[in-house]
Design a protein around this ligand. Sequence first.
Ligand code: BEZ
Ligand code: FE
Length: 279
Amino acid sequence: MTDYFTETGSAETVNARVGEGTDPRLATVMAALVRHLHAFIKEVQLTGDEWDVAIEFLTRTGQICSNERQEFILLSDTLGVSMLVDALNNRRPAPATENTVLGPFHVADAPMRSMGDTISQGGKGEPCLYRGRVFDLAGNPVAGALIDVWSDNEDGFYDVQQPGLQPKWNNRGRFLTGADGAYHFFGIRPVSYPIPHDGPVGMMLQALGRHPWRPAHTHFMVSAPGYERIVTHTFVAGDRYLESDAVFGVKASLIVDFVPDPTGQAQWCADFDFVMVPA
Ligand code: BEZ
Ligand code: FE
């Protein structure tokens, strides 16, 4: 049968062209993508002008990308796709620590620091003691867990957003737990900030009546041999954007009370334990 393109059989015609030697997973994913894309276009009865706008939007999304700016990650985050992919791939039993969105501001190989050090190089912001322990599911301490932490500064910017203005590695560091699985270090109480919104994603949010703000949070990536890596944040309880995070990253288990530091060393103290699951 000749498979000329028709409106009704559009997706099937495209998918029938896939060659025999194609990687099976690629064939499955692409066939589903084509099916859903064609169904979407039919559902909304997309006009030619609307498709031109979409092409222009994606073109600008690519054009604004650089080493410091990843607009496609922002697009994925603001559409809830990053959180959905993470949810599908990181189902964990309680009381394991839940993941949340990685975001575009992680930098690999931050300086290794000693317990009790500060990650705040700028000397501004409200000082905060971060402390807790890393456990396995049975409640045993995890020794040798690498805690990679990063946060914004007192004005809501990561160091990589303000090169030359902020010291390199400001509000970043890595810490290794000892036999008791404990960690403690100093940083600042983070502040809520808008995700970069001067590009196509910002225009999309505005057109949809959505704000670009994220509630105040501190990022953590915790890894240890034999355990699943945790990519998460702690969120500051009481933040006005907890229920409307622009990237849908908030989970109830990750909200932490920042209390006056009982040790008197800092203004605030945030206690949080991480629970890891076997790899
Ligand atoms: C962040 O928390 O660093 C972030 C996450 C998603 C988009 C933009 C920023
Ligand atoms: Fe962040």
